[in-house]
Design a binder for this molecule. Sequence first.
Ligand SMILES: Cc1ncc(COP(=O)(O)O)c(C=O)c1O
Length: 452
Amino acid sequence: MHEHTPESEELREKVWRYAKYRLDLQPVPLDGPVSFEQLAANGRGTITEAGIGGDAALEVFRDVFAPASISVDHPGYLAFIPSAATEAASVFDMVVSASSLYGGTWLEGSGAVFCENQVLEWLAAEVGLPTGAGGTFVQGGTIGNLSALVAARENAIYELTQAGEPLPARWSFVCSVEAHSSLAHAARVMGCDIIKVPVDDGGRLRGAAVEATVDDWTNVFAVVATAGTTNFGIVDDLRGVGEVAHRHGAWYHVDGAYGIAGMLSPAHRHLYDGVEIADSFIVDPHKWLYAPYDACALIYRDPAQGRRAHTQHGEYLDAVTSTPDWNPSDYAIHLTRRARGLPFWFSLATYGVKAYRETIAYNIAVAQAFADVIRERPYVQLVREPELSIVVWERIGWDQADYQRWSDMLIEKQIALVTPSSHQGRVNTRVAILNPQTSLELLTQILDTMAD
Ligand SMILES: Cc1ncc(COP(=O)(O)O)c(C=O)c1O
């Protein structure tokens, strides 16, 4: 299995050729889900004592499993939050695998860790956090939010303990009703309560609403604002919310998993005023920073707080945890870790920050232009004015079944993946425009299919 032989070399060439073929596809196929029965009929029995051989495994992947897995980089993949990695990021992802890197400790991966940290440093500076801010890349926004909230609670416990004060029997944190589901999940995992605050008519959480909703702050360890909500792409009043959090001694976390990338567009930077007072924030390069799955940058204003919360101790780990070295494992809920920030680092280093600013601004411009088209059509209406690159609208007169039939038709015809969504009990649909190849023409074509 580990020897280099002429056969292994031949297989390696074939796999590389396949990877190159996939990277070269222009356009990529959208593909789509296939029934379990069909997959079972065509793709079962690949795991055997003797092995089916690389050729057969590659063939079944290419012919059966790949077409049954949607290409998230297709310009028509517009549901949920798409991912459209740059070419440099995608190819470098293969280098990360080929190099057998370990990204958990300085001892084992100082070069990779230094590289990742340059990206974190740049992100922290863009957001306006002071020098010294830092953290680590984790798998995704869900783990990023959870890790930040765990650090926030640990910090509250630490401060109360230092002051000799009693700890609450049960903790809570605050976020808006529009916050991502990962926050409710974090509360469940942490065994704490969540206080949900209403948003204003524009979908924005404001400091005054937090102040009006929370009447007892004794159990509150954190307030979370969202910089780009998942449903609508709305940026909360980051300064107002943060100031209220700090006035009451709570940690201020900003969930920018999708939307912090929007602040790279110079014309939209003002929307993020106040983000620089955050105690922690996250942003997912696998969302709107054109990196492949999976990578979330988790950054603390004071990394020592993250480290105190997350360092694991064990005899076999003493060699790394007893040193002052920077070990990414110490900053989140993980230990073994892939150096998952490297594909993004390579892409950023290759193309430069300006290219990112321009591409993100372009995505927003396409979203705004699409909203204009929706406004002109009598059979559709915007649910909310788009702020970043997410557009949500209703087809007048349609019910859930109509949306579902339409969505099925789009995928059946290999045009797009756009799914039904809802807001306050009313069904609608939404697109998240994160792919630079998603054009206004394609979006208009999709809208045309709603006409009859
Ligand atoms: C605002 C926000 N936070 C958190 C998440 C969770 O991120 P992940 O899916 O990477 O866990 C998402 C995902 O869409 C999101 O939009």
